[in-house]
Design a binder for this molecule. Structure first.
Ligand SMILES: [Zn+2]
Length: 248
């Protein structure tokens, strides 16, 4: 059946989150979302809710495996795995996870179209069915103060995110969250593509917007937690088939 999994034990749930997390990194690499050592995807631990799983800084996204992930506590201490930890990953993600107890996963990278769009300091418009996932459901962090290494800046980003599924960080890039790793990763992928589409459409002419009533209805249809999870499943199957060592 095509439905979100349930688990008999936290060990099973943890393993599944780590598998999805490693797969999300591989997909980000495949789609060219890596930029040096920038970017991070995190998954909250299912047992210790103040801990999250993240990549080791300096490791190429395309080489992340389940066994190379780090588990970090709310103070930034690595409780499992071999570091080092990315300071920006901790500054941003620890504050997002703390501010949003509902959120299981968060994704951020310096993907090209998201970065270009972020310089315009505008929210995305409902130009397409896919972009409607973000209609009334993303925020703008309308500030830029250099590399995010202090927790106060992470708090301000979490505030700009509010209760929504995504934020545009001005002059920086995109940030998405979800109730599953699958969902956070999918929102990132489709938001990046929506930025690309709006940039292309506005470069070519004056796009017609979907009206408020239709955009709101479509947002409920494509923008649900299940919708985000479901859209990730074909990509997960694809990357595990292509790169099964991610599960090691
Ligand atoms: Zn960044």
């Amino acid at each position: 059946m095509f439905e979100m999994p349930t688990f008999d034990s936290v060990e099973d749930e943890r393993l599944e989150r780590k598998q999805k997390l490693a797969a999300a990194y591989r997909l980000f690499a495949k789609f060219g979302f890596d930029e040096g050592v920038a970017g991070h995807i995190t998954a909250r631990d299912p047992e210790h809710h103040d801990r999250f799983w993240v990549n080791r800084v300096g490791q190429y996204f395309g080489q992340v495996r389940v066994s190379t992930l780090l588990c970090v506590d709310h103070t930034g201490r690595i409780v499992e795995g071999d570091g080092p930890l990315n300071a920006a990953a901790f500054a941003i993600h620890s504050q997002v996870h703390a501010a949003r107890p509902d959120v299981v996963a968060a994704a951020h990278s310096h993907s090209k179209y998201g970065r270009a769009w972020s310089t315009l300091a505008r929210l995305l418009d409902p130009l397409t069915q896919d972009a409607c996932a973000f209609y009334g459901d993303h925020g703008l962090f309308d500030d830029y103060t250099g590399l995010v290494v202090d927790l106060e800046e992470g708090k301000r980003i979490a505030h700009a995110l509010g209760g929504s599924k995504a934020a545009i960080l001005r002059n920086h890039g995109l940030l998405t969250v979800g109730h599953s790793v699958d969902e956070a990763a999918w929102w990132f992928i489709t938001m990046e593509r929506s930025c690309e589409v709006q940039l292309m459409a506005e470069a070519a002419g004056t796009p017609v917007l979907i009206d408020h009533a239709q955009a709101s209805t479509t947002a409920r249809q494509v923008g649900s937690h299940f919708g985000g999870w479901a859209s990730f499943q074909p990509l997960y199957d694809r990357i595990v088939t292509e790169q099964p060592d991610l599960l090691d």
